[in-house]
Design a protein. Sequence first.
Length: 84
Amino acid sequence: MDSKITLAFDNDVIFKAKQFADKNNISLSRLTEFLFRKITSGNYSNLEDLPIADWVNMVSEGEAEYHRKPRSRKEIKKSYHERH
C-alpha cells in the first residue's frame, strides 16, 4: 500500500532528479522510494556510509547540504502553496 508524504527540496535538485528519473524510465516517487529503501536496508552510522552516496552525487551538484531547521506545519503549508 502506498502512502503520500510531502517533501521540500532545492528546485535545482528536483529538476535534476526529474531528469535522471525520466532518463531511467522511473517516476520521481519511485526513485525517492528506491533511495529510501537503500537508506533503510542497512545499518549505517552516518550519511557518508550510505551506498548510494556516489549515485546521489551524480544527480546533484556539489556537496549535499543537510538543513535541519525545524519548521512548523504552517510554514511548510505556506511554502508549498507559494511554489504551486
